[in-house]
Design a protein around this ligand. Structure first.
Ligand code: WT7
Length: 713
C-alpha cells in the first residue's frame, strides 16, 4: 500500500517547501473490491480491455468508441494532429448525434423507455417517454426550429431550461439540425444567461414559464426578460423567445408575453404536428453544443464540443464506466444544465439505447427519502450523483435508504473530491454494500471522464478517483514543468499528456484563450507539431499513489497557502467532517500578516446538534491531528447554512470575502442569497469585538480572495 506522507514539518521545512514538494496530508485508505456477481455482467470484465487501450495503441484505441456509433460516412483519419493544440478526431467521418441517440433505436427499442421523467410533486404522474415518442417530439420541435425560427446548421440557440423533458427534446432537435445548442443552467440568473447569449451571438432563446422547486412553482420566464436586457447591453438583439409551458394550457409567470417576440411552443407546435425532419449529416468535427463554464474573470468561457469525438467518448465511457446496458434503468441525479447532464443523462445513455431517468426537483422534497422511493418505484439499478447531494442526504436522512427496496449495481460520484467518510456512507448505506462505486474525475472541458475505476475490474479506494480512464495518459508536473515521479505521492499540476476524443475543440470564439488556459503553462515549444509537446492542463492539483490511483486535491486556486505550505481545502474539510456533529465544512483563507494566509473553517451541523465551543474545538483538534498544527484554523464558525450555488456547491469565495471583510462578489446565482447577510453579521461582529479586523488588503490579496474557489463554482 502506498504511503502518503503525513507531514509534521518544522517551520524551516515549510518555508523551504517548493510547489514541487507540496506536502499532502491525506491518509492512505483501504481498497474495496468490486462486489462479486457484478463482474460477470460488466461491460468491461476482461483485463484485455486495458491492453487494447494501452499507450502504444494510441490513437487507434479510440476507434472502439467511435464504432459504438452509427456513421453516415466513415472517417479517413482517426486523429489529425497537424495543428496543435487544435486536434481533430475522426476526420472525414459524418454522422448525426440525434440519429444516434434516437432514430437508430427505433428498429429494436421503439417501445422501450428513453426518458423517464419524475416531476417534483410526488402525486404527479411520472412521464415515460419511449424512443418512438421521443422521436416524434424531437422531430416536431426540429421542424419548428427550422421553419419558424429559421435556424440552420452552425447557428447558435440558447436554452435556459430546468429539469423537464422538453430540455433533452430541444437539445436533440437542434442536434438533428446541426444547430449548436447552449444550455444555461436553469438556476442561473437572467443576466448570466444574457451574457452567454451575447457571447454565443445567439438570437433565439428557449425557456419555460415555470417549474417546481421545493414544492413551489418558480417564476422562470421573468429571467428571459432580464436575459434579453443583458444581451442587448452587449449588442445582441434577441429576436425570438420560445416558451414551453410546464402545465399544459396554463401560464405561471408575472412576465407578460411580448407580442412578436415571445411565443408559446405548444401553440406553434400544432402546425408541425407529425412532421419529420431528416437528420443533417454533419462532419465529425462540427460543433454539437457549447457549455459555458467559469473562468476566473472576464468573458464567459464557452467549451465547444464536437459531434463525433464527443459523442464517441461519452458513449464509450457510459458503456464501460457507467456499465450501461440497454435494459438498465439508469438515473443520473444531476442537472442537464451542467456538462454531467449533457454527457451522462442525455448523450451517452441515449446513444446506448437505455432508459435515462430525470428528476425535476430537489433531493429532499418532500423528505430525504424521496430519491430512494424513486429508485424503488422505477427499479433504478445505476445511480449517479455528486458528493454535495450525498452529504445532504446523509445529513438529513441517514437512515432513509434502508427503508426502501432498491438495488444498485453501480453508483457514481462526480463533481468534487469525496471525503472518505462520505464515500463509506454512500457505499454502505446507499449502496447497501452491493454496488460498485465509480468516482469519476473530469471537467466541462474534457467532455467525459479522465480518471475513474472500471467497476468490474479495478478496486475502489475512498477519496481517490482511481487510475487514468481508458486511453488517457495522465501526468503530474511540478511548477517548473518537471514530471513528478509516478507513484511518489507528491502533489503537482495534473495534465493529460495525449489528445482524446472528448476534449472540447476550443473556447468558443477565443482560440488564444484556449491555448493560454489549457496549454501555455506546460508546452515548451509553441511551434512543435508533435502532440507529445502539448499536455492539457486540467487546473487541478493531484497526487498519484504507488498503486497508480490519483487523488484530486481540488482546483489549483482552491489551495490555501499557509506560510508557504499549501493546504488543499478538501483535506481540511474532510478532516472537519470526521467530527460526529459536522454535516458540512468549508475552508477559506484569511489574510495573515505573518503567515500570509491562515485557515478559517465554516461548519454546518447535522440536525439535532447545537453549536458549541466544544464542537468548534473538536473540529480544530481533528484538523491539527489529521494535518498538523500548521493547519490549525484561526476560527471555526458554526453557521446555520452555507451559501451555495443552485447546483449545491459551497461558494467559498463568498465566505472568504466575509472572513476577510472583503467584497463577497456577485451572489445572484446563489440558491440561498439570504444567508450571506446573516453569516456576515455573525462573523464580522464577533471579529470586531475581538479587534480582529484586517488592515487594508493589497490588490493581490483582494484578487485572491475574490477568485477563491471560483474554478469550482
Ligand atoms: C472540476 C470540474 C465533472 C463534471 C462536473 C463538474 C472537480 C470533478 C471530481 C472528482 C475530484 C472532481 C475538479 C474539476 N471534480 N469531478 N470525481 N473528484 N474532483 O465540472 O464544473 O467543469 O468542474 O470539478 O476540481 O477540475 P466542472
Amino acid at each position: 500500500m502506498a504511503e502518503v506522507t503525513k507531514e509534521s514539518a518544522s517551520a524551516e521545512e515549510q518555508d523551504e517547501a517548493s510547489e514541487a514538494q507540496i506536502a499532502v496530508h491525506w491518509r492512505e485508505e483501504e481498497s474495496y473490491q468490486p462486489p462479486a456477481g457484478f463482474k460477470e455482467q460488466a461491460n468491461a470484465n476482461d483485463q484485455a480491455i486495458l491492453e487494447s487501450f494501452a499507450a502504444e495503441r494510441f490513437p487507434d484505441s479510440f476507434v472502439e468508441y467511435a464504432e459504438l456509433l452509427t456513421w453516415d460516412r466513415k472517417w479517413d483519419t482517426v486523429l489529425d494532429t497537424s495543428s496543435p493544440p487544435f486536434f481533430k478526431w475522426f476526420v472525414g467521418g459524418r454522422l448525426n448525434a440525434c440519429a444516434n441517440c434516437v432514430d437508430r433505436h427505433l428498429e429494436t427499442r421503439a417501445d422501450k423507455n428513453a426518458l423517464i421523467w419524475v416531476p417534483e410533486p410526488e402525486d404527479a404522474e411520472i412521464q415515460e417517454i419511449t424512443y418512438a415518442e421521443l422521436h416524434r417530439r424531437v422531430n416536431e420541435f426540429a421542424a419548428l426550429v427550422q421553419d419558424f425560427s429559421g435556424l440552420q446548421a452552425g447557428d447558435r440557440i440558447t436554452f435556459h431550461m430546468p429539469m423537464v423533458p422538453e430540455l433533452p427534446v430541444s437539445m436533440l432537435a437542434c442536434a438533428r439540425l446541426g444547430v449548436v445548442h447552449s444550455e444555461v443552467f436553469g438556476g442561473f440568473s437572467g443576466a448570466a444567461c444574457g451574457q452567454r447569449m451575447a457571447d454565443a451571438k445567439s438570437t433565439v432563446l428557449v425557456t419555460i414559464d415555470t417549474y417546481y422547486r421545493n414544492g413551489t412553482l418558480i417564476d422562470h420566464k421573468v429571467k428571459a426578460d432580464e436575459a434579453i436586457e443583458e444581451a442587448r447591453k452587449e449588442g445582441i438583439e434577441v429576436e425570438k423567445v420560445l416558451v414551453w409551458r410546464r402545465i399544459p394550457g396554463e401560464y405561471h409567470s408575472e412576465s407578460p408575453m411580448v407580442e412578436g417576440r415571445d411565443f408559446f411552443v405548444d401553440e406553434l407546435l400544432e402546425k408541425y404536428s407529425g412532421q419529420q425532419v431528416e437528420p443533417v449529416s454533419l462532419s465529425a468535427t462540427d460543433t454539437l453544443f457549447l457549455m459555458y463554464t467559469s473562468g476566473t474573470t472576464g468573458r464567459p468561457k464557452g467549451a465547444q464540443h464536437a459531434v463525433g469525438g464527443y459523442l464517441a467518448y461519452v458513449t464509450g465511457t457510459s458503456k464501460y464506466y457507467q456499465d450501461i446496458h440497454p435494459d438498465d434503468t439508469y438515473w443520473c441525479f444531476a442537472d442537464i444544465g451542467w456538462i454531467t447532464g449533457h454527457s451522462y443523462i442525455v448523450y451517452g445513455p441515449l446513444a446506448l439505447g437505455t432508459a435515462s431517468v430525470m428528476y425535476e426537483g430537489v433531493p429532499t422534497y418532500p423528505d430525504p427519502g424521496r430519491p430512494w422511493r424513486i429508485a424503488e418505484k422505477l427499479g433504478v439499478n445505476i445511480f449517479h450523483t455528486a458528493p454535495t447531494t450525498i452529504r445532504m442526504l446523509r445529513k438529513l436522512g441517514p437512515d432513509e435508504p434502508a427503508k426502501y427496496d432498491y438495488h444498485f449495481k453501480t453508483m457514481t460520484t462526480v463533481g468534487e473530491p469525496i471525503e472518505p467518510d462520505v464515500w463509506r456512507w454512500y457505499y454502505t448505506v446507499v449502496g447497501k454494500g452491493e454496488a460498485a462505486i465509480t468516482d469519476t474525475w473530469w471537467m466541462t472541458e474534457t467532455g467525459g471522464f479522465l480518471g475513474s475505476t472500471l467497476p468490474g475490474l479495478q478496486p475502489m479506494k475512498p477519496g481517490s478517483c482511481g487510475p487514468a480512464a481508458l486511453g488517457i495518459q495522465l501526468v503530474i508536473y511540478d511548477e517548473n514543468g518537471e514530471e513528478i515521479r509516478r507513484g511518489s505521492g507528491k502533489a503537482g499540476y495534473i495534465c493529460v499528456r495525449n489528445p482524446w476524443p472528448g476534449r472540447m475543440l476550443t473556447v468558443w470564439g477565443q482560440d488564444q484563450r484556449f491555448i493560454d488556459t489549457y496549454y501555455a503553462r506546460f508546452n515548451k515549444d509553441s511551434s512543435s507539431k508533435d502532440w507529445r509537446d502539448w499536455p492539457f492542463m486540467c487546473g487541478d492539483g493531484a497526487v498519484e499513489a504507488q498503486d497508480g490511483y490519483f487523488r484530486i486535491l481540488g482546483r489549483i486556486d482552491d489551495v490555501i497557502n499557509v506560510a508557504g505550505h499549501r493546504l488543499g481545502t478538501k483535506e481540511l474539510e474532510s478532516a472537519a467532517i470526521e467530527v460526529e456533529e459536522v454535516a458540512e465544512a468549508a475552508a477559506v483563507p484569511v489574510v495573515d500578516e505573518i503567515r500570509g494566509k491562515i485557515v478559517e473553517m465554516y461548519i454546518a451541523l447535522k440536525p439535532g446538534y447545537e453549536a458549541s465551543d466544544e464542537v468548534a474545538q473538536k473540529v480544530s483538534q481533528t484538523i491539527v491531528k489529521d494535518i498538523g498544527a500548521i493547519a490549525r484554523p484561526k476560527n471555526v464558525w458554526i453557521v446555520p447554512d452555507m451559501p451555495k450555488t443552485r447546483s449545491g456547491k459551497i461558494m467559498r469565495r463568498v465566505i472568504a470575502g466575509i472572513s476577510n471583510f472583503a467584497d463577497v462578489g456577485d451572489t445572484s446565482t446563489l440558491a440561498n442569497p439570504e444567508v450571506v447577510d446573516s453569516i456576515r453579521e455573525q462573523v464580522q461582529s464577533e471579529k470586531r469585538a475581538r479587534g480582529d479586523v484586517p488592515q487594508d488588503l493589497s490588490a493581490k490579496e483582494k484578487d485572491e480572495i475574490a477568485a477563491f474557489g471560483s474554478g469550482s463554482e
